[in-house]
Design a binder for this molecule. Structure first.
Ligand code: SF4
Length: 295
C-alpha cells in the first residue's frame, strides 16, 4: 500500500530531527509559478529570528552559511569562512570561439564517451587541483534528477557526489519520498571538479563544464529536476534571483520542470529551512506525479 502524504511527512521530519508536531505557519506551502503565496513566504522568511547555531557563529561564518557551498559538514564541524572566487579572468577570444564546437561535440556523446571525456577533461583550471572528477551517480534512466553545485572535499576524494554527512541527509530525504540513490534517481553537480577551498565556482569554470550537465540531463531525460542550493539553481536557471524567491515555483530547463530547494550541507544546521525543504520535495513529488499522469 502506498504511504500517505502524512506518513511520508512524519518520516521526513523524523530523519531531519524535527519534532513531528511541527506545524508550518499559515501562508507557507507549495506555490506554483505566479502564485500569490510566494511573496508571503519570502516575507515570512525575512522575519525569522536568528537561529541559535547561526547566532553563535562569527559574522564571517554566518555569511558563509548563507552561501550554501558544497563542503561536507560533520556534526561538530563549523563551516569554514567563504572563499571568494577569483575575479573573472578575461577568457581568451580563441576559447570563446571554441565553446560552441565543444558544446556541440559534448551534445553528441553517449554515456561512455561522456564519462571518458569528463574523466580526462582539462578545459578549465580546476583540473590542476582536483583529485579526480566526479561524474555523477545513479539510475541513468531515472525519472528524478538531483543537481548540486560542485564536489566538496569528500566527493573529490571518493569520486561520488553527496557523500559524508550531507550525503546521508540527502539519502534520508530521498528515502522519505520512497526514492534511493541509484534507484530512479540520478545525482550530478554543475561542476565535475572541486573548486579549491570550496570557493564559489568562477563563471568561466561554469561555462566550460555546463555542457556536461546539459548532456547528462538530455540522456537521463528525467520527469523532474530538483536543484540543491543557491549556486546550482542560479547556474542552471541562469538567474541571479535569491534562492528564497526561486523556491516554491516550478521552473523549466530544456522543457523539464525544475524545483529548487536548499543544499543538504546548509540544511544540516538550519532547522527552519529543513522544514521548508520538505515543502519543496512535496512540490517536486507533485510535479513528478503530474508528469507521469500526462505520459
Ligand atoms: S570543472 Fe568541468 S570543465 Fe573544468 S576541468 Fe573539471 S570537468 Fe573540465
Amino acid at each position: 500500500m502506498k504511504d500517505s502524504v502524512v506518513d511520508r511527512r512524519a518520516r521526513f521530519l523524523e530523519v531531519l530531527g524535527i519534532r513531528t508536531e511541527w506545524v508550518p505557519k499559515a501562508g507557507v506551502g507549495t506555490v506554483l509559478a505566479g502564485g500569490s503565496g510566494e511573496a508571503a513566504e519570502v516575507a515570512e522568511r525575512d522575519q525569522l529570528p536568528e537561529l541559535p547555531e547561526r547566532s553563535a557563529l562569527s559574522e564571517v561564518q554566518a555569511v558563509a552559511l548563507d552561501r550554501e557551498p558544497a563542503f561536507e559538514a560533520g556534526p561538530a564541524e563549523v563551516r569554514p569562512p567563504a572563499v571568494v572566487a577569483p575575479a573573472r579572468e578575461p577568457v581568451p577570444e580563441v576559447v570563446h570561439a571554441l565553446l560552441p564546437q565543444r558544446a556541440a561535440d559534448i551534445a553528441a556523446m553517449d554515456w561512455d564517451a561522456l564519462e571518458a571525456n569528463v574523466a580526462g577533461c582539462t578545459a578549465c583550471g580546476l583540473c590542476e587541483t582536483r583529485t579526480q572528477t566526479v561524474f555523477g551517480v545513479g539510475d541513468r534512466a531515472a525519472e528524478w534528477m538531483l543537481v548540486g553545485e560542485a564536489p566538496g572535499q569528500n566527493e573529490d576524494l571518493q569520486g561520488e557526489p553527496f557523500v559524508g554527512q550531507a550525503g546521508k541527509l540527502l539519502d534520508n530525504m530521498l528515502g522519505a519520498l520512497n526514492l534511493a540513490r541509484g534507484r530512479n534517481v540520478f545525482i550530478a553537480n554543475v561542476l565535475k571538479c572541486r573548486p579549491p577551498e570550496n570557493r564559489d565556482p568562477a563563471p568561466n569554470e561554469v561555462e566550460q563544464c555546463e555542457p556536461y550537465l546539459r548532456r547528462q540531463i538530455a540522456l537521463v531525460r528525467p520527469k523532474v529536476i530538483v536543484v540543491l542550493g543557491r549556486f546550482a539553481a542560479q547556474s542552471l536557471l541562469r538567474t541571479t534571483t535569491p534562492i528564497g524567491k526561486l523556491r516554491g515555483t516550478v521552473h523549466e530547463y530544456e522543457g523539464i520542470p525544475v524545483v529548487v530547494t536548499y543544499h543538504p550541507a546548509y540544511l544540516l544546521r538550519t532547522l527552519t529551512d529543513k522544514a521548508r525543504a520538505w515543502e519543496d520535495l512535496c512540490l517536486a513529488r507533485e510535479v513528478h506525479d503530474r508528469a507521469g499522469a500526462q505520459a
